[in-house]
Design a protein around this ligand. Structure first.
Ligand SMILES: [Zn+2]
Length: 58
């Protein structure tokens, strides 16, 4: 059974969808984007992008 987890590292909200239909719904509903508008943890974007590769700044 497919399982999809959504965890907001900012406020700690956790959502889990189990089952193909629920997983599909969760993904299509853009949980991250929709959560950011209601996230109570911080106003900064989620640190989903790392800064790897920016070390060679010359
Ligand atoms: Zn959040």
């Amino acid at each position: 059974m497919p399982i999809a987890d959504f965890l907001c590292v900012v406020c700690g909200e956790h959502r889990r969808a189990t089952g193909r239909q629920l997983v599909t719904d969760l993904m299509q509903s853009d949980p991250i984007g929709s959560h950011q508008s209601v996230c109570t943890g911080a106003t900064t974007p989620l640190p989903t992008t790392s800064t790897h590769g920016r070390e060679k700044d010359r």
